[in-house]
Design a protein around this ligand. Structure first.
Ligand SMILES: Nc1ncnc2c1ncn2[C@@H]1O[C@H](COP(=O)(O)OP(=O)(O)OP(=O)(O)O)[C@@H](O)[C@H]1O
Ligand SMILES: [Mg+2]
Length: 368
């Protein structure tokens, strides 16, 4: 699967752009603020129906314009497919596949998969557990629909239980008969979700280790640990014993909504002890593991979007990435760089087809 052509109108700093891509390597080169990341984001829009960086769709419409339009021409198993994503001010986003309206985002997500490696991945290391849960939940949900349904049911039930806890706190009276049905659902769904998260993190770890060891030449050893109270033998008891505390705090304190994933290097938290380059390498390995998992599931390679990938990586690690690209581990690749000489140096050594696209203030030019 690859993106052959992209058309943009009034999308962020692109008034109008139309560009054909290489089915292998595409280098986007331009100064800071020229529109490199915006172009990757447009591709993310086509795949995931929304921005990777901006949760408010309207902010992707060019200032003072009434709409944006993104149209991509994909090749998938020898078929040409047009995907379009358009938003007019004050209207609902319009999604089309080959001119057929798509009502639910879920009907597009997963069809044209992308894996994005971007500087803001750093939040996966630095932020609290919610960011990591969300990251892994989104991958597992794309692979396993019943996981997504269980998770949605769990979250719905959690809300109801928290509402009840608030009532208990306000009236000063705990009615265990009322809370019991919610407890049972949270315990049984929570256990199912926990088991799947544990199994998934094991598979994920093997792929993560493979990529990190390769990138870092085995310099450091890393680990991914899944943490959940629901893994403990007496998790039911722990859950029930928390009721008093739950009423005082007016929220459920035990459950898989409190799970976390720990990222470690040589036995210590990467967040606290990893260097910038080590953290960046870890995040790249994390995303490449995601790439492998999607590849296995779909039987084709997702598009790889690498934003500012060279920053903070030493020559040795860049060389490793080059080798991975050369060994055809990836399919279509897009990467951005604000330093043309570094890109040229990188491409010169690459023994395969590539295209350099110069980005200048929202204008694209293919370098011949
Ligand atoms: N809705 C919008 N309308 C007009 N311009 C926008 C809009 N949203 C973002 N921009 C502009 O897009 C530019 C940023 O583009 P982008 O983030 O793609 O740059 P970049 O080439 O990746 O730069 P860097 O090298 O610094 O990462 C900024 O100048 C910003 O003002
Ligand atoms: Mg950028």
């Amino acid at each position: 699967m690859y993106l052959e052509n992209l058309y943009l109108a009034n999308f962020k700093n692109y008034s109008e752009a139309n560009v054909d891509f290489s089915k292998y390597i595409n280098a986007l080169v331009g100064d800071n603020g020229s529109g490199k990341t915006n172009l990757l984001d447009a591709i993310h829009f086509l795949s995931m129906t929304k921005s990777a960086f901006n949760s408010i769709d309207q902010q992707s419409i060019q200032h003072d314009k009434p709409y944006y339009s993104i149209i991509g021409r994909f090749t998938l198993a020898q078929n040409t497919i047009h995907v379009s994503n358009t938003l007019s001010l004050g209207k609902r986003k319009k999604l089309l596949i080959d001119k057929n309206p798509v009502d639910k985002a879920a009907d597009i997500i997963g069809k044209f998969p992308v894996v994005l490696i971007a500087p803001n991945d750093h939040s996966l290391i630095m932020e609290g557990g919610e960011a990591r849960r969300k990251y892994f939940d989104s991958i597992i949900s794309q692979l396993d629909r019943s996981y997504l349904i269980d998770l949605m049911d769990y979250n719905h039930c959690l809300k109801q239980r928290n509402k009840l806890l608030k009532q208990f706190a306000e009236t000063g009276k705990i009615d265990s008969d009322l809370v019991e049905p919610f407890d049972r659902i949270l315990i049984s769904l929570g256990k199912k979700i926990c088991d799947k998260r544990r199994a998934f993190s094991k598979i994920y770890l093997t792929k993560l280790l493979k990529h990190y060891t390769y990138l870092a030449d085995g310099k450091e050893s890393i680990n991914l640990k899944y943490l959940s109270k629901f893994q403990e033998e007496d998790f039911k008891q722990i859950f029930y014993e928390s009721l008093q505390k739950d009423v005082i705090l007016q929220r459920t304190n035990v459950g898989i909504h409190k799970d976390d994933y720990l990222f470690e290097m040589d036995g210590y938290q990467i967040k606290k002890y990893g260097s910038q380059g080590q953290q960046k390498s870890f995040l790249i390995a994390l995303k490449l593991a995601q790439f492998d998992i999607i590849h296995e599931e779909k039987q084709f390679k997702p598009i790889l979007l690498m934003d500012d990938i060279f920053d903070k990586l030493d020559d040795h690690r860049i060389q490793k990435l080059t080798e991975m690209i050369e060994h055809h581990e990836f399919g279509q690749v897009f990467f951005t760089d604000a330093r043309p000489e570094r890109t040229n140096h990188f491409l010169e050594k690459l023994n395969m087809e590539w295209k350099v696209i110069t980005v200048d203030n929202g204008n694209l030019a293919v370098q011949e």
